[in-house]
Design a protein around this ligand. Structure first.
Ligand code: ADP
Ligand code: MG
Length: 164
């Protein structure tokens, strides 16, 4: 669990994950509207080397950024009503582990039966006592994401020690 006290701190935390992701990795972002899922993705994208501004894909469902170290597929399933629509947007190809890039998925929990078998889950919660603060919890589901979480958390522990 990490607590961030500003948008920048959330983006910075996301940026520390970017060096460790491989093609095929899936990051599922969970949290209410306005929790900070898109801002997390912005920090992550910038650290991957994406130069275009990363905007919310709520209306487009899928936005792809090809100019970073590996392609980034940013998805927001909020507006999808039926699981069948996931096929139309090529969802399964992006999350089945064989993709050429990394996927960040907002509102994947709307379709729990369509979650990938291996993914990193980032849960962002507002702090009820502090408007600008967020609690960020990360869980791994599957061996690849366990490994990813392990290297990421070692990195962020080392940073905390350095700044202490
Ligand atoms: P989501 O994609 O989860 O709906 P957004 O990332 O679009 O949310 O928006 C998050 C909102 O919360 C933004 O208005 C941002 O300025 C605000 N915010 C305040 N504090 C934080 C923080 N610590 N981390 C991330 N966002 C924050
Ligand atoms: Mg969003």
């Amino acid at each position: 669990m990490r607590k961030t006290t500003s948008v920048e701190a959330t983006k910075q935390l996301a940026a520390t994950l970017a060096p460790y992701v491989h093609p095929g990795d899936v990051i599922v972002l969970e949290g209410d509207l306005g929790a900070g899922k898109t801002h997390f993705t912005q920090g992550f994208a910038a650290a991957l080397g994406v130069s275009a501004p990363v905007t919310s894909p709520t209306f487009n469902i899928l936005l792809a950024y090809e100019d970073g170290r590996i392609p980034l597929y940013h998805l927001d399933l909020y507006r999808l009503d039926e699981a069948e629509e996931l096929d139309d947007i090529g969802y399964y190809e992006l999350i089945d582990g064989d993709s050429d890039g990394v996927a960040c998925v907002e509102w994947a929990e709307k379709f729990p039966e369509s979650l990938p078998c291996d993914y990193l889950e980032v849960v962002i919660r507002r702090d009820p006592t502090d408007e600008g603060a967020r609690q960020i919890r990360v869980h791994s589901f599957g061996p690849r994401s366990r490994q990813l979480l392990c290297v990421w958390s070692n990195d962020s522990k080392a940073r905390l020690q350095k700044t202490a």
